[in-house]
Design a protein around this ligand. Structure first.
Ligand code: ZN
Length: 449
């Protein structure tokens, strides 16, 4: 069994010597930011010294308590003061390997208990705090990620050692009102796995492995956090996990499968201001949707600078709705082909995409003949809808919201229009419906390969 003595008497104004016996990793953890392992704590860092003093005090109080002490350390670490938890836990394991599972379980339980503090803070009003700290857009992403994969969104960060912003994830769980039992279980599972893994490594390679891995992780933490973020879905760029299927050849009216997706599809764009408001709305809320564009409306040129980046990122998708919105069942075949081609050219020139294979015939009117004309230009999916918000005719805000209450359901393709300003006054209520029903907005490309 290894044994060491930590002396910090070189710190001015603070003289203490704490016997830490088997906690071999402890000293070098405090030398974390220094290059050499054996150097004393940097004397010029007051905050660090204060934390160090507190840690030593807590260490002295809790150490004799054995497994309960481990629980206490972990709780303190999670609740308010970062402790060298890995070194403490594996120190105990190194001294008494047969108790490995018990130590790891107690430490994991302590972490879960201590985290309750932050969960409660988040639950009781952390939303304001968190929005102020990380911005509304990022907050909405984190919240959405909890709604999709709340267990992993907590368990994965629990597995990573500091300086992972663990408390931020915990706070977010409270804000997102993650189910409390799941919250505790996720932290326990993540922490337990981490401590068991580390303990086995310590038994196999000796206590130095904690510092060694800590050093590696410190250098690669950005990568590690990015991997966790991607895996837990807190990145907007993440791929959708459900298996993508090919878009149907023929008529599409609703999304396939049994998920919680909502495909908002917004047509026409008769108003420059309304399309501009949609661009702001998508940018601010992260909402994903598909526009069915009539290129004859100047709104799509006027708002291209605002929309194009979101088209490029895939948040917004463009579909073909003909150039100038005629009833294509009442005009000649050549005119139909021209309406589709002219609009495709406009989309390619303005947005770098042509919207294939998605074509929406104006008024939803189409025949086998018009379907074939569209298919000849690559538009093989005649995209209709399964719900609408009633704004193809003048409608009140209350009427529009009532229609949304009815049609915002899982796997629906919902029709709306960028023509009248009514909808731009209802964005908040529409988002409320989407969030309260745990719906995930998607473009058609999010769903179909
Ligand atoms: Zn239309």
């Amino acid at each position: 069994m290894a044994s060491s003595q930590l002396s910090v008497s070189s710190c001015p104004g603070f003289s203490a010597t704490a016997p830490i016996n088997h906690l071999t990793g402890y000293r070098s953890l405090f030398a974390y930011n220094q290059n050499t392992d054996n150097r004393q704590l940097a004397p010029d860092n007051c905050l660090k010294r204060l934390l160090h003093k507190w840690s030593l005090f807590i260490l002295a109080v809790l150490k004799p308590l054995g497994v309960w002490g481990v629980l206490g350390f972990a709780a303190v670490d999670a609740a308010f003061l970062g402790m060298p938890l890995d070194a403490i836990v594996t120190g105990y394991v190194w001294a008494n390997p047969r108790q490995l599972l018990l130590y790891c379980a107690m430490a994991a339980a302590g972490s879960a208990l201590g985290s309750i503090v932050w969960y409660v803070i988040g639950y009781k009003g952390g939303e304001v705090l968190l929005v102020r700290r990380i911005g509304e857009q990022r907050f909405n992403k984190i919240k959405a990620s909890f709604e999709r994969h709340e267990f992993l969104a907590i368990m994965l960060p629990s597995m990573l050692p500091p300086p992972t912003p663990f408390k931020l994830f915990v706070l977010s769980a409270g804000v997102a009102e993650m189910r409390f039992s799941h919250f505790l279980a996720a932290i326990f599972a993540g922490r337990f796995l981490r401590f068991v893994l580390l303990s086995f490594l310590v038994i196999r390679f000796g206590p130095g492995i904690v510092d060694f891995l800590g050093g590696i992780l410190h250098h690669h933490l950005r990568t590690a956090i990015a991997v966790v973020a991607a895996a837990s879905g807190s990145s907007s760029a993440r791929a959708f996990p459900t298996q993508k299927v090919a878009p149907p050849v023929g008529v599409l009216t609703r999304l396939p499968g049994d998920d919680n997706q909502l495909a908002l599809t917004i047509d026409d764009g008769a108003s420059v201001a309304v399309v501009g408001a949609f661009a702001d709305f998508c940018r601010d809320s992260g909402t994903r949707l598909t526009f069915f564009v009539n290129g004859a409306n100047s709104s799509w040129s006027a708002n291209a600078p605002a929309l194009r980046p979101m088209v490029d990122s895939g948040q917004i998708q463009m579909g073909n709705h003909t150039w100038s919105h005629p009833d294509i069942t009442r005009i000649g075949s050549a005119s139909v082909a021209d309406q589709i081609r002219r609009n495709a050219d406009f989309l390619r020139n303005t947005y770098g995409v042509d919207g294939t294979p998605y074509f929406r015939p104006p008024y939803g009117r189409h025949t086998p003949t018009t379907d074939q004309i569209a298919a000849d230009q690559g538009y093989t999916t005649i995209t209709l809808w399964s719900g609408d918000i009633g704004d193809d005719v003048p409608i009140s805000e209350a009427g529009l919201i009532a229609a949304a209450q009815k049609s915002f359901q899982p796997q629906q393709i919902v029709l709306g229009h960028a023509n009248k300003p009514t909808i731009t006054h209802c964005y908040t209520q529409l988002l409320d419906i989407i969030h309260s029903r745990n719906l995930q907005t998607v473009t058609l490309n999010d769903v179909f390969a």
